[in-house]
Design a protein around this ligand. Structure first.
Ligand SMILES: Nc1ncnc2c1ncn2[C@@H]1O[C@H](COP(=O)(O)OP(=O)(O)OP(=O)(O)O)[C@@H](O)[C@H]1O
Ligand code: SF4
Ligand SMILES: [Mg+2]
Length: 327
């Protein structure tokens, strides 16, 4: 991995449930370079959001335990900085947008009031300056007629427009990192493409790094420089550029790739990965993917595979495949 702006190291997060601690993510290692777009992909429940929310310290403290790890941002461990310092970083330097813009927007405040609030808190702008800047930000996220829209309430906007407002709020303080957690899942396909293109343009304009989270390998492949595949709370494969597509080295990645719709292919049904992701309260022994893996061997049921470096740009948690490649 190249020079890192953010580095998640050996991160294990547990939640209290039914009187015991359940491991939601385990030994996660991820890096994000300046101006890089990292994609995190995996089925529902694989640990994508828990990873992102931990970066921003957004879990309920009483029911969450960081069992191990560090999250280093500009030489500071975000897990160790005081709450006030983390509040300053959150929103101003590391911002996040979520899947459902309506539940993140306040229905009784105008768009301008909501963007302006971020600006007043983090940048100390006056109400008039905050309003002026809010209009500029709505222009930046390509909302037509920004002067009028800034005075409107969220319910007047379409889903795509609301997501643009969320993006305007997220970039208001010119963050160094934008985390987009399933930003287009709730939108129809055309709007989805527009929002992803907007994120790509803004990343270039503002020189941001982006973490794009999705369960959709098609979306991830088109918009990211490097992809981390998560399964059952672990990163199971990571590769830069087209490495993952040309030579997937984990059977789970293979499964995700086969599930991407190919409009040119004459297939009646898409391939799916049989079975389902394990309950984190009862993870299988050995490789967590073994109950679903078409390539499992006896050793896979006994020993948890470690991450193996295939190259500086490609790692996998599948020793049998790695051995095959290295043989
Ligand atoms: N606050 C919580 N308390 C208990 N368990 C949680 C909590 N948040 C997440 N989990 C569990 O942690 C695991 C990972 O969840 P996470 O939300 O990160 O998945 P995800 O990959 O983002 O899935 P999705 O694609 O559905 O958003 C899941 O098993 C989930 O049930
Ligand atoms: S370690 Fe074994 S079970 Fe796990 S992905 Fe590789 S072959 Fe499959
Ligand atoms: Mg999620």
């Amino acid at each position: 991995m190249c020079g890192k702006l953010l580095s998640i190291e050996n991160l294990t997060v547990q939640f209290r449930s039914g009187g015991r601690w359940i491991t939601a993510i385990e030994d996660v290692n991820l890096g994000l370079a300046e101006r890089e777009c990292l994609g995190i992909v995996g089925e529902s429940g694989s640990g994508k959001s828990v990873t992102a929310l931990t970066v921003l310290g957004l879990h309920a403290p009483k029911s969450t335990r960081i069992a191990s790890g560090r999250i280093v941002y500009q030489d500071r461990d975000l897990l160790a900085v005081p709450a006030r310092a983390l509040e300053r970083i959150r929103g101003a330097e590391i911002a996040m947008i979520f899947q459902d813009p309506m539940s993140s927007l306040n229905p009784v405040l105008t768009i301008g009031d909501q963007i302006g609030e971020t600006l007043r808190i983090h940048q100390g702008l006056s109400a008039a300056d905050a309003l002026r800047r809010s209009v500029e930000l709505l222009d930046m996220v390509r909302i037509p007629d920004a002067r009028r829209r800034v005075t409107e309430y969220p319910h007047r906007l379409s889903g795509g427009m609301r997501q643009r407002v969320m993006i305007a709020m997220a970039i208001a303080c010119r963050p160094k990192i934008l985390i987009a957690d399933e930003p287009t899942t709730a939108l129809d396909v055309t709007v989805q493409a527009q929002i992803l293109n907007l994120l790509r343009d803004l990343r270039a304009e503002l020189g941001m790094s982006v973490i794009l989270i999705s369960h959709d390998m098609g979306v991830i492949s088109e918009f990211t420089d490097r992809i981390a595949v998560m399964y059952a709370g672990q990163v199971v494969e990571q590769a830069a550029g087209s490495g993952l597509f040309e030579r997937p080295m984990h059977p789970y990645t293979d499964g995700l790739l086969r599930a991407i719709p190919d409009i040119d292919a004459d297939v009646a049904r898409l391939a799916t990965i049989s079975g389902s992701i394990p309950d984190p309260a009862y993870p299988p022994a050995g490789c967590r993917f073994h109950p679903r893996c078409p390539e499992a061997i006896a050793a896979c049921t006994q020993q948890m595979p470690a991450m193996i470096d295939l190259s500086a740009q490609h790692q996998t948690r599948c020793p049998p495949r790695a051995a095959g490649r290295m043989a």
